[in-house]
Design a binder for this molecule. Structure first.
Ligand SMILES: Cc1cc2nc3c(=O)[nH]c(=O)nc-3n(C[C@H](O)[C@H](O)[C@H](O)COP(=O)(O)OP(=O)(O)OC[C@H]3O[C@@H](n4cnc5c(N)ncnc54)[C@H](O)[C@@H]3O)c2cc1C
Length: 333
């Protein structure tokens, strides 16, 4: 049994802990609860949207992620599925990307979909009449990320995974402390802050801020997840709606902005027939970990084999969390 220390308890750290403890490793997780943790504010779509823009590696990881979650949900009972806000929803893609989307999903994914030429407002009555053809993908997985984090933490505690609140300033200093010699592996899952700890000169990782709108509508606005251009609209229980998300290169600036609100609100106005009244309006943000190759980084350090990195999923971090965790397991086995 190896002793592993995981730095970061976002979705990447928690799923890594889940896979390692399942394989019999002893795991400790430390976190300092940074404001803007990406996993807390993610939308919770477990399906790649516009994946043709990503590298082949990233596409493969997304497809593996989709399969891994299906396996994971199969072992949960209904109460547990409810606890994590799990739902199967249909995804409706419309607009200019529809042919591209059709070709990509047809070629790469073993999933059921319909390419429909009837008017979109025949299935979503609030959509403008001008939006016609659409692609309908059945049964994509959607979860509530905050609830999934809580659930994973709860089962990890039951599996004797130890959680500690601790802030790592610089990894080199931390590794030099005699009490940390006991760990066989140290796995960095600190998301957008990973490079800040590592100070690696040869890797370019930075935070990319994402903002989302949450609100309620008086009547049920939509029944399916909608993808139009590069934003999505997700219906949740009780007429709640999530619209996202922006991609902003602004460092660790924690302000929620009027500009993001206007951009997302205009996006909604572009597709709905009537003006939407937003009740209980909230705007949230998170810092995504971004590497300029747009690839995740799941590797052992060149020189210190005790160090493993698992970060860098700026758009699909939740979707690819289990498939990434399995790669870490391979690295330490
Ligand atoms: C608005 C938005 C919407 C998104 N929607 C989706 C989606 O629908 N589907 C999807 O798949 N992906 C989505 N993503 C991307 C996804 O959220 C991220 O890729 C993913 O959450 C990254 O997880 P993580 O665990 O690496 O990072 P985080 O969740 O940020 O976790 C990093 C952890 O490290 C800790 N930490 C940092 N520095 C230190 C330190 N020095 N010492 C100790 N602990 C430290 C932090 O406190 C934090 O808990 C979205 C992202 C955003 C921002």
């Amino acid at each position: 049994m190896t002793k592993c220390l995981i730095i970061g308890s976002g979705i990447i750290g928690l799923t890594t802990a889940y896979e390692l403890s399942k394989a019999g490793h002893r795991v400790t997780i430390i976190d300092n609860d940074k404001n803007g943790k990406a996993s807390k504010s993610a939308a919770g779509l477990l399906f790649p949207l516009n994946p043709w823009n990503n590298s082949k590696n990233m596409q493969k990881l997304c497809m593996a992620g989709h399969q891994e979650y299906n396996n994971f949900f199969n072992i949960l009972n209904n109460k547990e599925k409810n606890e994590i806000g799990f739902e199967k929803k249909n995804l409706i893609i419309f607009g200019e990307n529809i042919d591209l989307a059709k070709n990509w999903y047809q070629k790469n994914f073993n999933i059921k979909f319909n390419y429909t030429k009837k008017k979109l407002n025949t299935i979503e009555k609030n959509i403008k009449e001008s939006h016609k053809n659409f692609l309908e993908i059945e049964n994509i997985n959607v979860i509530n990320p905050q609830k999934l984090l809580n659930y994973l933490k709860h089962i990890l505690i039951k599996k004797n995974v130890e959680f500690k609140k601790y802030n790592i300033e610089k990894l080199n200093i931390f590794l030099g402390m005699p009490e940390n010699d006991k760990y066989d592996f140290i796995i960095i899952c600190a998301g957008a802050w990973s490079n800040y700890i590592l100070e690696k000169k040869d890797m370019y990782l930075k935070p990319i801020k994402g903002q989302l709108l949450y609100f309620k509508t008086e009547e049920k606005l939509i029944h399916n997840v909608l993808l139009y251009k590069d934003y999505y609209i997700i219906p949740r229980n009780n007429n709640n709606i999530v619209v996202g998300a922006t991609i902003e290169d602004v460092g660790f600036d924690e302000k929620i902005t009027e500009k993001a609100k206007t951009y997302l609100a205009n996006s909604i106005a572009e597709i709905f027939e009537k003006k939407i009244k937003m009740i209980n309006f909230q705007q949230k943000f998170g810092f995504r970990p971004y590497i300029d190759t747009e690839e995740p980084c799941i590797i052992a350090d060149d020189t210190d084999k005790r160090l493993i990195y698992n970060f860098g999923h700026y758009r699909y971090g939740v979707l690819t969390a289990i498939s990434s965790a399995k790669k870490v397991l391979d690295l330490i086995s």
